[in-house]
Design a protein around this ligand. Structure first.
Ligand SMILES: Nc1ncnc2c1ncn2[C@@H]1O[C@H](COP(=O)(O)OP(=O)(O)OP(=O)(O)O)[C@@H](O)[C@H]1O
Ligand SMILES: [Mg+2]
Length: 231
């Protein structure tokens, strides 16, 4: 099989004392390199939870996540850290940019953590910010930028270490229609130009319809009724 990512019988429960809250109840999905997969589903169904498991941010209660046939939860802590830094890029709904750092510093930080020298990290960050249309905003702080600009910085930040996949949790969640369309165009350009793989949790109908594939989570499982889009 030529999958980039595969989840096998993925389960996740949260516990409140002895009380179990089952959230994911057996998720089997496969993602090919260069694919754009959209995940939809009602609030609280477990979309963010699934994204966190796929990105190695949290451990499943049961089941596996494979990247190119390597089980990421077989990694020791150091290897898992490295995987999270280099293997995946995260775009969070509320961007999570560091307020005290400038745009270029926010983007370069991931490369510095990965051990690149400051000069190269800055050069790469500048190039990415240019690509997302923010070459005039390198030294601005997040508070001096619009919502769409912040989200584009978050996307640049996710790409800095050339991850195998970008995991995006409602990347257009708090943007107006025009700004979200610009962010979507950016994601699709990255996919065209770099064959970048994306898994995107979304309530955005335009995004869901444009994706290569759509997965609908219902009651902890993948529903095969993908036609019923309740966004
Ligand atoms: N750390 C946690 N501890 C306990 N319960 C949690 C935790 N994280 C999430 N949950 C619960 O798990 C369920 C799934 O949460 P999750 O954030 O994955 O939903 P979601 O589909 O992303 O929702 P939304 O569309 O509102 O973002 C929710 O009922 C939530 O309350
Ligand atoms: Mg969520």
């Amino acid at each position: 099989m030529n999958n980039l990512i595969r989840t096998v019988d993925l389960h996740k429960s949260y516990y409140d004392g002895a009380k179990e809250l089952p959230v994911l109840k057996g998720i089997d999905i496969e993602i090919q390199k260069g694919e754009i997969l959209a995940i939809i589903g009602a609030s609280g169904v477990g979309k963010s939870t699934l994204l966190h498991l796929i990105g190695g941010l949290d451990r499943p209660t049961q089941g596996k996540v494979y990247y190119e046939n390597q089980d990421i939860f077989d990694f020791n802590d150091r290897e898992l850290d490295r995987f999270r830094n280099l293997g995946v890029g995260f775009v969070f709904q509320f961007h999570h940019l560091l307020p005290e750092f400038t745009a270029i510093e926010n983007v370069a930080l991931g490369a510095l953590i990965a051990g690149r020298n400051a000069h190269d990290a800055r050069a790469d960050a500048g190039e990415l910010l240019d690509y997302v249309g923010l070459s005039e905003r390198l030294e601005h702080h997040p508070s001096e930028l619009s919502g769409g600009e912040r989200q584009r910085i978050a996307i640049a930040r996710a790409l800095i270490n050339q991850p195998k996949v970008v995991l995006a949790d409602e990347p257009t969640g708090n943007l107006d229609r025009k700004t979200s369309a610009a962010v979507l165009d950016l994601l699709w350009n990255l996919n065209d130009r770099f064959d970048q793989t994306f898994i995107i949790v979304t309530h955005n109908q335009a995004l869901a319809q444009r994706a290569d594939r759509l997965i609908h989570l219902v009651d902890g499982r993948v529903s095969n009724q993908v036609q019923v889009i309740d966004l």
